[in-house]
Each structure stands twice: as C-alpha cells, then as structure tokens.
Design a protein around this ligand. Structure first.
Ligand SMILES: [Fe+2]
Ligand SMILES: [Fe+2]
Length: 323
C-alpha cells in the first residue's frame, strides 16, 4: 500500500507528524509519498535551481571547447561540458515529478528561466575570458560544488539523493581535470602563471558568494533553516564556505598563487577563517539575472532551446504513435 493510501484516514496535522517522524528517523521520502506543501516547495526551489545551474554552468566552459590548447584538453573539457548538461537533465526530471501536482512541466521550468523568474548560481553569470578561467572554474567552482553536493548526499528526498550520487562521482573527475589544468599553468611560463593568478583574482569574490549569505544559525535565513529542519541539507552556508577555505587556501598558496584578500587569515581562537565579505548587494543583482554575462547566456540558451523544438515535437509524435 502506498504511503498516501495508508495515510488517507489521517488529518493533515497527523500526516505532518507522521512525515516529520519519518524525517527524524532518517527515512527517505519518495516522489509518490505524502509530503507537506512546504517540503515540496523547498525541494522544487532547491532542485530546479540546482538543475538549471548545471545547464547554465556549462556555458562559461563551453566557450573554451573550440579554443582548448591541445586535443587532449579539448576532449576533457568537452566531456565535462556534456556531463554538466547531463546533470541538468537528471535533476530536471526529479523536479518534474515534484511539479506534477501543480500541473507544471519542464517547459514551464525553461520559460521561468528565460523570464528570469528562476535563478541560477552567481558564478555562471560571470565571464571566462582566458584559459586560466576554464582552469579555475573546473578546480575551484567544481570544488565548491562538490562540497555542497556531498553535504546533500544524505538528503531526505530519495530521488534527489540518488541523482546526487551519480553527479558527485562525475564532479570528482571535473575537479581532477581542473587540478591538472591549474598545475600545468602554475608550472608554466611567467605569462601562464600571470594568466592563472588573474583568473583567480576574478573568481575569488564569486567563489565566496557561491555558498550564499550567512544563514540559519548566523542570521535566521528561513530557507536554509527549513532545509535543515527537513534534512534536505546538513550544513549552513557559512559552514560550507569555511570548509572551502580550509580545503583550498593552503593548496592555492602551495601553487605559489596569492589570494586577493589581505585580510584573509585563520583565527585560531575563534577556530574560523576571517575574510573580506563579498558585496552581497552585487550578489543579489547577479542572481536576479543582472550579471555581466546573464543576458548573453540566456539568449544563447533560449535560441538553442527554440532550435531544438523539432526534436521535442518529433518525440511527442512518436509517443502518440506508440500509444
Ligand atoms: Fe555538475
Ligand atoms: Fe562539474
């Protein structure tokens, strides 16, 4: 008997208590199970944002596929771009199931993206003018993504957790690819080292922004609070940012690069990194779709979506014929 059928005789309040008991017992919630609207809405917000970020995240690196310096690098960056699109597809399928009760489809997700109602990660609104940017993105943006995605592997929503398992495996390949790019530039000519340092300078603030403003315990940010309560995630934005700094600052220094923040240090007493706060006003503008590359990349996404309409039409015809 499905969860929904077995709970049919209960009041909404009792259903909610039953649901929260399942969450507290670390049970996985499945798409067809009863869930409070609030949980469903948090999931939709989280997973559509993640899925669309994967797709829009392919754009800054896609620009480097035709210009990769060697065949080997071209094959690797092309594989990474394909992986990111695949991650987007997986996640949008998970989101689609959650949207069914609202009568919404993947088409609506795309239209929300084009009209800027649906936000995607701040980092993917930024330009990637050199090969050094491709290296820093694969090493540090993917590195940051791995931290937040592995944190969610044990998420209470089963379909999301299973998609993340596959995604995290591929992300670790991306980060190795990034490490290899960064290493060869760091060991290269003075011009290559300068290119790498300049890319790091450009990406430092977006990387700090990547985890979002201080949240939950720090400021009472409600979405993060809810996601913690429902065990969709297990760490706050600031905890993830601190983890990122602990993992990467020593590696950056080891490569002979400098972090573009004179105030950055580890405070032994507080047991945390002190850093220059990013400009959160700028962050808000960027994720609203007013970043340096937002319009250009959205226009590209829209035209590629429109140009592939015939594939969706043909598939729909095929499905109709098969029925
Ligand atoms: Fe990805
Ligand atoms: Fe990735």
């Amino acid at each position: 008997m499905s969860d929904v059928t077995s709970l049919a005789h209960l009041t909404d309040e009792e259903k909610y208590e039953h649901f929260m008991r399942r969450i507290e017992n670390d049970e996985k919630i499945e798409a067809e199970d009863w869930m409070p609207d609030d949980y469903r809405e948090q999931l939709i917000k989280l997973i559509t944002m993640h899925g669309i970020s994967e797709i829009m995240g392919a754009f800054p690196e896609k620009e480097w596929v035709p210009k990769a310096p060697t065949l080997h690098r071209k094959l690797a960056i092309m594989a990474k771009v394909q992986d990111e699109m695949g991650h987007g597809q997986l996640l949008l399928r998970v989101a689609e199931d959650l949207l069914k009760p609202y009568g919404k489809t993947r088409e609506d997700i795309m239209q929300d993206l084009f009209s800027k109602r649906l936000k995607f990660h701040n980092v993917f609104h930024m330009p990637s003018p050199t090969w050094g940017d491709a290296a820093v993105i694969a090493w540090l943006v993917d590195g940051a993504a791995i931290l937040s995605q592995t944190m969610m592997l044990k998420t209470s929503y089963g379909p999301y957790g299973r998609a993340l398992k596959r995604i995290c495996q591929e992300e670790s390949f991306h980060s190795k690819h990034g490490e290899s790019l960064v290493l060869s530039l760091a060991e290269g000519t003075p011009e290559q080292r300068r290119m790498l340092q300049e890319a790091l300078n450009r990406w430092w603030e977006p990387l700090l922004m990547f985890f979002g403003p201080k949240s939950s315990k720090e400021t009472g940010h409600t979405n993060v609070d809810k996601n913690l309560k429902y065990k969709l995630r297990s760490k706050t934005n600031e905890e993830l940012r601190q983890e990122f700094l602990t993992k990467y600052v020593p590696k950056i220094k080891l490569l002979g690069l400098s972090v573009p923040d004179d105030t950055l240090h580890f405070d032994e007493e507080k047991g945390e990194w002190i850093y220059q706060e990013p400009d959160w006003q700028k962050f808000k503008e960027i994720i609203k779709g007013n970043g340096p590359k937002s319009d250009e990349r959205l226009a590209l996404r829209r035209s590629s979506y429109e140009n592939s309409q015939w594939v969706r039409d043909a598939l729909a015809e095929y499905r109709m014929a098969a029925v």
